[in-house]
Write a new protein. Structure first.
Length: 413
């Protein structure tokens, strides 16, 4: 059940301020999981499709920029498959060109007509996109200088990438009329409003997923507003390791634990010491035993086993804590929910949140996928954010550079 609608607080211009029939450069965040080389649909496609559909209905010609993965990772692939998924959501054609700002891209942009959509190749395949630099430096790249004159205006809909100072996110608003798309507007409004809210009862934060380094600072920074943290996923196992259990080590070729432990051991131990009474760690964990889900109490953990979900005792405890909360914030999944055998922790806790009247926000590009996957209703949560890193930064009150440049562009009008 949903409770509250947050108050809008944005100061950028939105697509409501655009004149119709323009040539637009639109930045989306279509970063998605890739399985066996195939990109998978996530909540971002459906959300961005609504922005694109609205722009097409207003007779704009729309060229799209987006990124996928990071160089060197197996998720760093072409956007060709993304064009097909987006087209399915739009119910119309999305042309694709395997070039971002070279001759082929410019030719395709020239041919683009009102009511048509063109997706350009992965922005992270351009050398100038990635190093995080000042927006003015990004505005002076060949990437931005080549594309900007081709368009009447720039629209940024990629809230979930707005914490990155990359050329396609911060360069264009420095040199063009710049507007926020619907996803940017909705996410910004909801996530900013969270910081201003006060709650009468307990506030619970459920932290899981793979990116421990994104979450550790959150625990310290939301210290005043959150009464208890329920930990699972990789981050939960790292805290169990700090608590003296033989878990949270890379086994069977995984690369989740050791580098994050090496980089953050001191902070994890300090946070455990300082906030221990408010940190709930798993009391049992689930693993794959010859193809079947099996569970161990944490006392029986084996260092060589790969743990893939919190156990049922932990899931029950977390569900009870959620049920008596006034507000619940989720970032990251409690287990590998993509595999049904290890979805129990994530699904039990999400279902408990959906069953209460509390204010609830579910965050994470991957984590939010669990909602449709397990037939939960998005409307049972106050807000489902398709952002991960940007959402946790918003929770801690940190600014987002991609939003700041949109605000600056509006101010300079
Ligand atoms: N024990 C575990 N072992 C391996 N993967 C896990 C485990 N627990 C959770 N996960 C994975 O965590 C992922 C979700 O968290 P992750 O931090 O990657 O992304 P997110 O929360 O969607 O945010 P972002 O948008 O920042 O990527 C899921 O895909 C899930 O499979
Ligand atoms: O998926 C995300 O969280 C955003 O697209 C940002 O991706 P990044 O963490 O690879 O910069």
């Amino acid at each position: 059940m949903t409770t509250t609608t947050p108050t809008p607080t944005s100061t950028f211009r939105t697509i409501d301020d655009l004149e119709s029939g323009q040539q637009l450069l639109v930045r989306l965040d279509l970063n998605a999981p890739v399985e066996d080389g195939e990109v998978q649909d996530n909540r971002r496609f459906a959300r961005h499709a609504e922005t694109v559909a609205e722009l097409l209905a207003d007779d704009h010609a729309v060229a799209l920029l987006a990124h996928q993965g990071r160089p060197g990772r197996d998720t760093f692939v072409s956007l060709e498959g993304h064009a097909d998924i987006l087209a399915d959501h739009l119910g119309g054609e999305v042309a694709f060109v395997d070039d971002t700002f070279g001759e082929d891209a410019l030719e395709a942009i020239d041919d683009l007509e009102s009511g048509e959509v063109l997706l350009l190749e992965n922005t992270r395949m351009c050398d100038e996109e990635l190093p995080e630099e000042d927006p003015d430096v990004k505005a002076d790249t060949e990437f931005v200088r080549t594309l900007a004159p081709e368009f009447d205006a720039y629209v940024n809909d990629a809230y979930s990438a707005a914490h990155r100072s990359h050329a396609s996110l911060v360069g264009f608003p420095r040199v063009m009329d710049a507007y926020a798309g619907r996803v940017m507007e909705a996410e910004y409004t909801a996530n900013s409003a969270i910081q201003e809210r006060e709650f009468d009862g307990p506030v619970t934060m459920v932290l899981g997923g793979t990116k421990a380094e994104d979450l550790i600072p959150v625990i310290e920074e939301v210290d005043d507003t959150v009464d208890r943290f329920c930990l699972g996923g990789i981050v939960g196992e790292l805290f169990l390791r700090a608590d003296g259990y033989d878990v949270g080590y890379d086994v069977e070729g995984t690369e989740f634990f050791d580098h994050q432990w090496d980089d953050h051991q001191e902070t994890i131990e300090r946070v455990l010491e300082e906030y221990g009474d408010r940190l709930h760690l798993a009391s049992d964990l689930a693993y794959d035993a010859d193809g079947e889900r099996a569970e161990h109490a944490v006392q029986d953990i084996e260092k060589e086993t790969s743990y893939l979900d919190v156990g049922s005792e932990t899931a029950d405890e977390y569900a009870d804590l959620v049920a008596e909360s006034e507000a619940v914030f989720v970032k990251g999944a409690l287990g590998v929910f993509e595999d049904e055998r290890f979805a129990d922790g994530t699904v039990e806790v999400l279902s408990a949140i959906a069953d209460t009247d509390c204010f609830s926000v579910i965050g994470g590009g991957d984590t939010s996928r669990a909602i449709p996957m397990y037939d939960l209703e998005e409307t049972d949560f106050s807000h489902v954010s398709v952002a991960g890193g940007a959402y946790v930064r918003a929770l801690t009150g940190e600014g987002l550079v991609g939003v700041e440049v949109l605000e600056a562009a509006a101010d300079s009008e």
